[in-house]
Design a protein around this ligand. Sequence first.
Ligand code: FAD
Length: 386
Amino acid sequence: MPRPRRDYDVVVVGARCAGAATAMLLARGGCSVLLVDRARVGSDTLSTHALMRGGVLQLHRWGLLERIAAAGTPPVRTVVFDYPDERIPISIKPSRCVDALYAPRRTVLDRIVVEGAREAGAEVRFGVTVTDILRDGPVVTGIRARNDLSTFRTSADLVVGADGLRSTMARLVDAATTRAGSSTNAFIYGYWEGVETAGYEWFYRPGFASGMISTNHGHTLTFVAMSPEQFSATAAGGLEGAFRASLAEHAPELLDRIDGGARVERLRGFAGSAGFMRRPWGPGWALVGDAAYYKDPITVHGITDALRDAELLARAVLDGSDPSNLAAYESERDRVSRALFDVTERIASRKWTMPEVKALLREMNESMADEVALLRSLEPVLEPLA
Ligand SMILES: Cc1cc2nc3c(=O)[nH]c(=O)nc-3n(C[C@H](O)[C@H](O)[C@H](O)COP(=O)(O)OP(=O)(O)OC[C@H]3O[C@@H](n4cnc5c(N)ncnc54)[C@H](O)[C@@H]3O)c2cc1C
């Protein structure tokens, strides 16, 4: 029997790094795509935003990196690892495609990827909240959604949940957890002007981690990681007190540096969440980004992995002998994610000695090299923008 004609080939729920990139690649590959998000276009989100080499490589491969640089995002050419007994600056080794790292504000990155999706032909609608899925037996066939004016249904051959850590889509399709972490950090971060940074600076002290990240507008993002227990005990009295107390105890020299500048935005706090990997596909549905795979932000890798997995998913869909057979996407994602997931768990535990954390960071570096090798090996079947 012929399949009923649907409104779109693909509906993508969530229009940030994972969803917008997936929509862009699928639209470039010839699919009709609707991309929806309940947020406002160009809005910020709760996340620091350091990209690792794999994420920068993806933006380059898709023809978007120049736009990130043109938006005034400073190139990061040095990463410093700062320990109690030594400070190790590492220069970014220029390669054919990546000669610097970047940490674009999410208002910059997500907007540029959404623009890429639009230019590729995806229809993009903000202010749309997906509340339910449509089904034909076990097969997901569309979404039920609302905007300010009405509720509506839209059908599609594939519905992609790119709706983040607390994914509605993952809940609605009852996606199985295939790997569960237990190490969790809370974060407090803010933006300063007049604070010099080498680019990325990662500070490790016994039981403590924090970082400085150079970003748009000449601002320096500074974050501290702490246990969720410490966060809930101290942040109740205000994020500022908790942030300063943590730095004063573990890295007073960092506090002196930011006190030499001026904070330009309110501090933001994240209470923490344990890592997981979910089965990212089923009949008529797929998950990508944090909805499918989340790990503690201490290894600053979620956006990079979202940009990577958007391509793994899009390629599996475009490969397309059977749109619901996305097993290759899952196995490739798992193969290239496992080592980083495990090392993130161990770093996020904060239960290491200084020699141990140095070894873990070396391990993390090796797992990132695997990811970059995979991305480099992919044929550019998806043409970059003209
Ligand atoms: C404190 C913190 C610091 C971090 N720092 C870094 C870092 O430095 N580097 C890094 O690489 N990663 C970092 N991460 C991780 C990174 O933020 C995530 O991995 C990344 O945002 C995942 O992108 P996404 O597109 O999957 O989801 P999100 O960015 O969460 O986007 C999901 C979108 O879905 C939309 N949505 C949700 N539900 C619905 C619905 N029902 N209907 C319609 N729309 C919906 C939301 O409005 C949202 O726009 C950090 C995370 C946190 C919490």
